[in-house]
Design a protein around this ligand. Structure first.
Ligand SMILES: NC(=O)c1ccc[n+]([C@@H]2O[C@H](COP(=O)([O-])OP(=O)(O)OC[C@H]3O[C@@H](n4cnc5c(N)ncnc54)[C@H](OP(=O)(O)O)[C@@H]3O)[C@@H](O)[C@H]2O)c1
Length: 250
């Protein structure tokens, strides 16, 4: 029987990249998957491609009312959540001297406040033994020039993972952080542009930073998400799993 057979999952930021791959993998593993994202057309296209197990619910995770609507949809379907993957995230590039209030509000509003709202709003629907997976970043344990705001937002995610693991353990709910290294997604292409590089040159520069000598595929990150979301990780909580080609481990 597939590991997520009969289970229900919520994946934020599921219209592209890593979130899209996680939604596909969880659906392949038997789950009904609710996908969120701001661009409605992209989101509905992703859900249609994944198949009948996928439900698109447009939502900006930095807006509490949007997440209330997502929860209402899931509740109206008579479902509880077995897995929540708080994946929606974005970054800006800029040094300490260049950082603006708008940059701060955007990055912390989506990556930190959006993650908090996602898990907070999902709380009443979490099933006994549910799994929450938060998306970190290798920058969260590094000092990368120009990435300070993004890195700090992901370092915050690491602690929220530990704290929520402690708070939710009495309910049997597990919380872990999944930390990708450089992964080939539209998001990283955007960062290439912000750095004034082509995607190919940016990938090559990132590949040089990993012992495996390449960037990852979204499916490789999704495989770890599936492990953390499902029953095979039943004794894992408060942990951080790196899918980074060894970038910050070796
Ligand atoms: N790719 C990497 O190398 C890498 C490395 C480390 C960590 N990560 C983390 O992995 C996660 C996914 O990254 P990715 O590279 O797959 O990014 P991506 O390709 O840019 O996809 C991001 C997804 O999040 C959605 N999103 C963005 N802001 C949102 C918001 N406010 N509300 C709801 N959805 C939102 C986007 O859809 P809409 O724009 O339509 O909302 C999109 O579906 C992020 O948390 C990122 O920080 C990525």
């Amino acid at each position: 029987m597939p590991p997520m057979d009969g289970k229900t999952a919520l994946v934020t930021g599921a219209s592209s990249g890593i979130g899209r791959a996680i939604a596909q993998r969880l659906a392949d593993d038997g789950a009904r998957v609710y996908l969120t994202g701001r661009r409605e057309d992209e989101l509905r296209k992703a859900a249609a491609e994944i198949g009948p197990a996928a439900v698109a619910v447009p939502c900006d995770v930095s807006r509490a009312a949007d997440l209330d609507r997502v929860v209402d949809v899931i509740r109206a379907d008579g479902r509880r959540l077995d897995a929540v993957i708080a994946n929606a995230g974005l970054g800006v590039v800029g040094s300490l001297a260049e950082a603006t209030q708008e940059d701060y509000d955007l990055v912390f509003g989506v990556n930190v406040h959006g993650t908090l709202l996602t898990v907070q709003k999902a709380l009443p629907l979490l099933a006994e033994g549910a799994s929450v997976v938060l998306l970190g970043s290798t920058t969260g344990v590094q000092g990368v020039p120009g990435m300070g705001l993004y890195a700090a937002s992901k370092a915050a995610i690491r602690n929220l993972g530990r704290t929520w693991a402690a708070e939710l353990a009495p309910r049997g709910v597990r919380v872990n952080v999944l930390t990708p290294g450089p992964t080939a997604t539209p998001g990283i292409e955007g960062l290439a542009g912000l750095n004034g590089m082509t995607t190919e040159a940016f990938h090559a520069a990132l590949a040089d930073q990993t012992p495996l000598g390449r960037v990852g595929r979204p499916e490789e990150v999704a495989a770890v998400a599936a492990f953390l979301a499902g029953p095979q990780s039943s004794f894992v909580t408060g942990a951080e799993y790196f899918a980074d080609g060894g970038q910050v481990q070796v």
